[in-house]
Design a protein around this ligand. Sequence first.
Ligand SMILES: [Mn+2]
Length: 299
Amino acid sequence: MNYVRIPFNFAALPSEFSSYERAGFVVVPIPYDVTESCIPGARFGPRAIISASRNLELFDEELRVNIGGAGIATLDEPVISVIPEEMKAIVREMVSPIIADKKIPLVLGGEHSISVGVVEELKEHSKGMSVLQIDAHADLRDKFDGSSLSHACVMRRIAELCPTVQVGIRSVSDDEMDFIRDNKLKLLWAYDIRNRALNSWVKEAVSRLSDNVYITIDLDGLDTSIMPAVGTPEPGGLLWHEVTHLLRSVAEKRHVIGFDVVGLCPCHPASEFTAARLVMKMIAYIHYYKRARNKRVRK
Ligand SMILES: [Mn+2]
């Protein structure tokens, strides 16, 4: 008897669209949540996002593009060390060939500390990069629970490497506030966003980014009403059309050289599907505008 097999990769793509060779995007799952201090479970995030993505349409109704055409390969989950420095080394090792092959790394967490290795690796290849963070938390602590690679320190480590723009922030400590002031960091606070027109704050966020942008999305940056399944929930976050408008605008105006989506603690199917759709939206935006730019260059 013949039966239909559905591949277990991001978006359930057949091999002609999911082989590494022709992929424009490479999904890197990092099942790590060792320093998570509140609700554990982010280690199950990558698998839950990939699982949900297999049930979603590949056609993006907004841009009228099928993301299968972008080519999306999915790497196997690595065995992750519980030692943060070793985890970072594994992330760098996985991401390095993807960057060298001029593909876009798409890293699925896991907790937020997984981003540091990706940014370190990209920094070696990309001149003048900046990082856009969507998050409820500033994540600017120098150390947390004795570790400088805690999820609470990720943007501090990244800010040491390149300029940052932080969006949707609504949880910050006194010390982090001092660091923000002393270093004149660029933040768009959640309460500020709420009181402004969408186009106005999105334009400001994009204008503050350099040409090459890495995007790190902690899913708790979204409002708890649309994303309850996170390790450290905070009310008052970004809504779906706000976050997708921002991401589309960045993909249109800047070169997105990679992105990660972190912090899903699977316990609610709607959150898992929302996270998977967000990843697909990012792929659609980046693929569409990259193709449009290439067409313009060829003319
Ligand atoms: Mn966060």
